[in-house]
Design a binder for this molecule. Structure first.
Ligand code: NDP
Ligand code: 2IT
Length: 445
């Protein structure tokens, strides 16, 4: 790390004790900014980087609700409104038992640079709760969402902060959250949440956008080598929203996805994962991926986390943070994998990223490769603001253009700052400079 940034990082460690994922995300960005502060002293002089590492606002609240047995349950809600230099705060909500302030801060911090890279007018935020939707009834999920929104509503709005989904929050949850917002405020404010259903203000392609966008990004990488997805073997981790639509797009573009997973284990189907079965298991039955083998006897299920043992040309981690470590990275390299693109946020540990870099594996960081989801959220906001609704083809075309632009911006910026071909440097520097320039223009606020 550049010596001008060591104090900034030390201050982050000292002010945010124990928040290891947040430290990791900050470090990854600061490690890229050496050449930027050398060229542009105004960023350190005006304490822009220090200010960027301190959220503008952090909200923590109690979420009490009543379960089906009549017992009072208690969860904790979070919204970290990290930076609004480029637009209203924007970022997803995560419902998972592992959620804590440090995780929400790492996600909110990443979101600032990701949203900047989209080129669209959105600031960075993240929120969520330690609520575990697994095994909860429809009624329980609805009452939890209502209780969560009963506090959150006062902090959000079309011009203030626009949440969306993330792990554990999909179309069903956004519906209950929107319903409660509408009930409390007596306003049909479509632009307050994205990821809405198509019948009530949602955008076509938003459901597919993150997974599609990640694969569009991979396609751009392949084009730089005059290759395509046709005939490539791909391994995807997770089997949620991002994973499913990454699988769909790989298949459309001629690749074969041979494995995918959930937190229990992974399935391998050499002839290609049957996506309709995965969708039926995950979206309709909300069951485990292990049940895939019941209808596909040729496939096998392996318990445990290491889907990365399965040989592939391209790896798409689409589950959660730090799911792919140094040993996994070495296994991928050993099996000849040459491209890794993060569909999830920070799924690769710093050691894994080092292993890829040393082995010459092309590595696309999440803030670039998974930006298609939030970009399409911004397109949903545009449609809501003009009370319009675009076709699937038009919206997908816009998503494709945005991903191409992000890809090219990463490469141009990496070149400009002396790290040709380094997508991490390109994404961090390009994302950073746009926010930093806006912060300078807006004064000390
Ligand atoms: P979903 O809830 O739809 O799916 C999450 C998937 O990841 C499930 O298969 C889940 O398995 C698995 N998973 C979650 N936590 C863990 C864990 N601790 N260990 C192992 N597996 C785990 O979420 P999304 O698909 O929406 O999100 C996946 C990733 O993509 C996250 O990192 C998210 O931040 C990121 N992302 C999402 C975007 C979106 O638009 N939804 C946009 C950009 C990034 P199980 O069911 O067993 O828990
Ligand atoms: O991590 C992410 O970019 C998301 N979960 C999507 C955020 C959004 O506002 O669509």
């Amino acid at each position: 790390m550049d010596e001008k940034l060591v104090d900034v990082y030390d201050e982050v460690l000292q002010r945010n004790p124990g928040e290891t994922e947040f430290h990791q995300a900050v470090r990854e960005v600061l490690d890229s900014l050496g050449p930027v502060v050398a060229k542009h002293p105004q960023y350190t002089d005006a304490a822009v980087i220090r200010r960027l590492c301190e959220p503008e606002r952090q909200i923590i609240f109690r979420v009490p609700w009543v379960d089906d047995a009549g017992q009072v349950q208690l969860n904790r809600g979070f919204r970290v409104e990290f930076n609004s230099a480029l637009g209203p705060y924007k970022g997803g909500l995560r419902f998972h038992p592992s959620v804590n302030l440090g995780i929400v801060k790492f996600l909110g911090y990443e979101q600032i640079f990701k949203n900047s890279l989209t080129g669209l007018p959105i600031g960075g935020a993240k929120g969520g709760s330690d609520f575990d939707p697994k095994g909860r009834s429809e009624g329980e999920v609805m009452r939890f969402c209502q209780a969560f929104m009963t506090e959150l509503y006062r902090h959000i709005g079309e011009y203030t902060d626009v949440p969306a989904g993330d792990i554990g929050v999909g179309g069903r949850e956004i519906g209950y959250l929107f319903g409660q917002y509408k009930r409390i405020t007596n306003r049909y404010e479509s632009g307050v949440l994205t990821g809405k259903g198509l019948a009530w203000g949602g955008s076509r392609v938003r459901t597919e956008a993150t997974g599609f966008g990640t694969v569009f990004f991979v396609d751009e990488i392949l084009k730089t080598r005059k290759e395509s997805l046709d005939g490539k073997q791909v391994v995807v981790s997770g089997s949620g929203n991002v994973a499913m639509y990454a699988i769909a797009k790989v298949q459309q573009l001629g690749g074969t996805v041979v494995a995918c997973s959930d937190s229990g284990g992974y399935i391998v189907d050499e002839s290609g994962i049957d996506l309709a079965t995965v969708q039926e298991i995950k979206e309709e039955r909300r069951a485990r991926i292990s049940t895939y083998v019941e209808s596909h006897p040729r496939a096998r299920y392996v318990e445990g986390h290491s889907v990365w043992q399965v040989p592939c040309d391209i790896a798409l981690p689409c589950a959660t943070q730090n799911e792919l470590d140094g040993a996994d990275a070495r296994a991928l390299v050993g099996n000849g994998c040459s491209i890794v693109a993060e569909g999830a946020n920070m799924p690769c540990t710093p050691e894994a990223v080092r292993v890829f870099s040393e082995a010459g594996v092309v590595f696309a960081p999440g803030k670039a490769a998974n930006a298609g989801g939030v970009a399409t959220s911004a397109l949903e906001m545009q449609q809501n603001a003009s009370r319009d609704s675009w076709t699937f083809e038009h919206t997908e075309e816009r998503l494709g253009e945005i991903m191409r632009r992000i890809h090219d911006r990463c490469l141009t910026t990496a070149d400009e700052y002396g790290s040709p071909g380094n997508y991490v440097a390109g994404a961090n520097i390009a994302g950073f400079t746009q926010v930093a320039d806006a912060m300078l223009a807006l004064g000390v606020i």
